[in-house]
Design a protein around this ligand. Structure first.
Ligand code: HEM
Length: 189
């Protein structure tokens, strides 16, 4: 059974909602935005493992209910211990690799759609991850990238990333609907 987010977590999600409302409004990227995303990503991806682990640790520390889906570290609270978890590190790498494929294929909507189809389907049917966690993760990605790579992820670059992540989230939600995720209409804003 799904564990519900705590009151504190809900408050945090609501506060974050303001920042990530834009994630609900997907719009196509223009050429300049695509280049900004590709250029900034090449610098982030040089630190693929560290950046991926930093993003996921932040997700699990700030939103502990998101740990419930991971058998090997759902009980762990210490950030240092989370950081060492092999399951966390493996998922971090998978997330970073999927983003890398998306960034490499910004001009190739069919490839983007097929990556997101696979990710959405597996998380809905196999891992039973509530789709709202994709929006929360997107907010965390934006936050950590801007914080860790401030020279690379400027406000303008961050805005381009917000657009990309909004498209990703919107596509994931569609896939969840298509595979019959039962609670979609009530679980997401
Ligand atoms: C951009 C977002 C994400 C991407 C690209 C991604 C990618 C992946 C991939 C490629 C796998 C392994 C293959 C598979 O089983 O399908 C996986 C597994 C998994 N993902 Fe994600 N994921 C994302 C977000 C999330 C979120 C937000 C959660 C939950 C909060 C989550 C929970 C899981 C779990 C529980 C597994 C299985 C882990 C295991 O067996 O060790 N994922 N993910």
């Amino acid at each position: 059974m799904q564990q519900l987010a705590s009151k504190k977590e809900k408050e945090k999600m609501e506060r974050m909602q303001g920042e990530v409302d834009l994630l609900e409004q997907p719009s196509p990227l223009n050429d300049k935005e695509r280049l900004m995303i590709q250029d900034s990503w090449s610098k982030v991806y040089e630190h693929c493992d560290d950046a991926g682990v930093a993003i996921l640790v932040r997700l699990f520390v700030n939103f502990p209910s998101s740990k419930q889906f991971f058998s090997q570290f759902k009980q762990i609270e210490e950030p240092e211990e989370l950081e060492r978890s092999a399951q966390l590190r493996r998922h971090a790498r998978r997330v970073m690799n999927a983003i890398n494929t998306l960034v490499e294929n910004l001009d190739n909507p069919d490839t983007m759609a097929s990556v997101l189809q696979q990710v959405g389907k597996a998380h809905a049917l196999r891992h039973k991850v509530e789709p709202v966690y994709f929006k929360i993760l997107s907010g965390v990605i934006l936050e950590v990238l801007a914080e860790v790579f401030p020279e690379v992820v400027t406000a303008e670059v961050g805005a381009a990333w917000t657009k990309l992540l909004a498209t990703v989230y919107s596509r994931i939600k569609t896939v969840y609907e298509e595979v019959g995720w039962p609670k979609l209409s009530t679980s997401t804003g």
